[in-house]
Write a protein that binds this ligand. Structure first.
Ligand code: EPZ
Length: 415
C-alpha cells in the first residue's frame, strides 16, 4: 500500500488523539492474567492491535473488539507456543512470555519482532524472569522457560527498559512474596499498566518512579479500564501543526506527556495555546531558532518523536543537533528527507540539520513506523506530490490516519 499526498495545504480544525498503541499492546496480553472478564476502552484500531487479537484467539481467549472497546474472556486459555510468524510481527509479543509463565509455570516462545531500529535484545527480561524463579533454556531465537512457581525477587535493570519493566511487573504480580524493581522505566504506559493491574486487585506501588514494588496476590478479578491517550500520535500531529497548521487543535491529550516536545518548540520560537487536554497551534511565519535535542527515557524527549521532529528542525535558521541515545539505528528516514530537500548529516548517533530548507514532493519509502511518520510530515509541508511506499509500517501505529488528516484539509489518499 502507498500514501499519496499533495503537499503545502494548510491544516485547520481538530484532530482527536486515540488511545496509546504502546499502552494497549501491554494491557491486552496482561488481561490474560485476570480470573474474570476484562473490558479495555479507548483501544486504537491499528494493525498491531489486530495482530494481538489474533494471538489471544490462538491461545483460546474469547475477544470482541467494537468501537474501540475490547472485551477479553480468558476462561478457556491454553498454553500453546505462539507461531514464529506471529511473534515476529511485533515487539509486544514478548509480553506473553511472563503472562503464560505466570499462568502455566512454563512457556515456549520465539524472539519478538518489532521495528528494525537497532539490536533490541531481551536480556533484561530474561534476567528478571530468572530472578523471580524462572529457568531459561535459550536456543538460537527460541526460549523455553519453566518455573516451580514464581517468587518475589530483587531486580535491577541495566537500563530503564519499558518492555523489561512491564515484563517484570507481569511476572511479579501473582508471584509469592514481594518484588522490588529498581531503575524501572517511568513512561506513562508503565503507570497505565500498574493502574490497570491494581484495579484487578494487584498491589503495585511506585509506578512512574524508578523504584516499583509489587506485592504478589493470589487472584486478580475482572475489571474495566481505559487506555491513556497516545502521546506519540499527539506529538506527531503537534509537529505537523507547527509546520502546516492554522488554528489546528490537537485534542484528547495529556499535555504533561508531551512536555519535552512543547518546551523544545517554545525554544524554537513556536507559539501555541495550551489547554487542559488540548493544544492549539498555527505554523509560525517568522524565522525559527535552531535547537539541540537529545532523546532520553521519560520525562526526557521521546525517542519515538525523534524521527517525526526532524522535518520541523529543517525550518530552523542555522544548525540544529539531534542526538539519539536509545537506539543505534533510528535514522532511516534521513536519506529520504535529504532527497526531499533537507540538509542533514548523520554523524554516528547525532544528526546535524542545517536550515532553513524547503521540502519538495518525491517518491519515498517508510522503512519503519516513526520513519514513516517523519516522511509524512515532510510530505504535508512539501511543494508538489509525494508517494510514501510501504505504508503498512505507518498503519501499525496511527489510528485512522487518512481520515483524521483529510478532516482537517490534507490531500491524502491510501492506494
Ligand atoms: C518500547 O519498546 C516501545 N514499544 C517503543 O516504541 C519505544 O521506542 C521504546 O519503548 C522506548 O520508549 C512498545 O511499547 C511496544 P526498551 P521497548 O526496552 O520496550 C535496550 C514505537 O515507535 N534494551 O525501553 O522494546 C534496547 O535495545 C516503538 O512505537 C536492552 O539492551 O524499548 C533499547 O536500546 C518502537 N535489553 C533500549 O534498551 C533489554 O532487555 C530501550 O528499549 C531491553 C532493552
Amino acid at each position: 500500500m502507498e500514501l499519496k499526498i499533495k503537499g503545502n495545504r494548510t491544516l485547520t480544525g481538530e484532530i482527536k488523539i486515540s488511545g496509546s498503541k504502546n499502552s494497549a499492546l501491554a494491557l491486552i496480553p496482561i488481561a490474560l492474567l485476570s480470573d474474570g472478564v476484562v473490558t479495555i476502552d479507548n483501544v486504537p484500531e491499528v494493525s498491531d492491535i489486530f495482530v494481538l487479537k489474533e494471538i489471544l484467539e490462538y491461545l483460546g481467549a474469547k475477544v470482541s473488539f467494537d468501537n474501540n472497546v475490547m472485551v477479553i474472556d480468558n476462561a478457556n486459555l491454553v498454553n500453546k507456543e505462539i507461531p514464529e510468524e506471529l511473534s515476529h510481527k511485533m515487539r509486544a509479543s514478548y509480553y506473553f512470555m511472563p503472562v503464560l509463565l505466570s499462568r502455566f509455570n512454563k512457556v515456549e516462545m520465539f524472539f519478538p519482532g518489532g521495528c528494525s531500529i537497532g539490536a533490541r535484545p531481551i536480556d533484561q527480561t530474561l534476567k528478571a524472569l530468572t530472578a523471580l524463579g524462572g529457568v531459561v533454556d535459550e536456543k538460537d531465537n527460541h526460549y523455553a522457560i519453566t518455573t516451580e512457581g514464581l517468587v518475589g525477587g530483587h531486580v535491577y535493570l541495566d537500563m530503564p527498559s519499558v518492555g523489561a519493566t512491564v515484563n517484570t511487573i507481569i511476572a511479579a504480580v501473582k508471584a509469592k512474596g514481594t518484588t522490588i524493581l529498581e531503575n524501572a522505566a517511568k513512561e506513562p504506559e508503565i503507570v497505565n499498566v500498574a493502574t490497570f493491574l491494581n484495579s484487578m486487585g494487584a498491589k503495585i506501588t511506585g509506578a512512574g518512579t524508578s523504584e516499583i514494588r509489587i506485592r504478589g496476590v493470589k487472584k486478580l478479578n475482572g475489571c474495566y479500564t481505559e487506555v491513556i491517550p497516545d502521546r506519540i500520535e499527539a506529538g506527531t500531529y503537534v509537529i505537523a501543526a507547527a509546520m502546516v497548521g492554522e488554528n489546528l487543535k490537537i485534542s484528547n491529550i495529556i499535555p504533561e506527556h508531551i512536555e519535552a516536545l512543547l518546551l523544545k518548540m517554545q525554544e524554537m520560537g513556536i507559539d501555541f495555546e495550551l489547554n487542559d487536554n488540548s493544544v492549539l497551534i498555527t505554523a509560525p511565519k517568522h524565522k525559527l531558532k535552531p535547537v539541540k535535542i537529545k532523546t532520553l527515557g521519560y520525562p526526557g524527549f521521546a525517542t519515538d518523536l525523534q524521527q517525526p521532529v526532524t522535518p520541523l528542525l529543517t525550518r530552523c535558521s542555522g544548525v540544529s543537533k539531534l542526538e539519539e541515545t536509545i537506539y543505534e539505528n533510528r535514522f532511516n528516514n534521513v536519506p529520504y528527507l535529504n532527497e526531499m530537500g533537507a540538509n542533514i548529516e548523520i554523524k554516528g548517533r547525532e544528526l546535524k540539520i542545517s536550515g532553513p530548507t524547503e521540502f519538495k514532493g518525491k517518491t519515498v519509502e517508510a522503512t519503519d513506523l516513526r520513519a514513516g511518520a517523519s516522511l509524512l510530515i515532510a510530505a504535508l509541508a512539501a511543494d508538489g506530490n509525494t508517494t510514501i511506499k510501504n505504508v503498512n509500517h505507518i498503519l501499525r501505529g496511527y489510528d485512522n490516519l487518512v481520515e483524521k488528516l483529510r478532516a482537517v484539509g490534507a490531500d491524502i489518499e491510501l492506494v
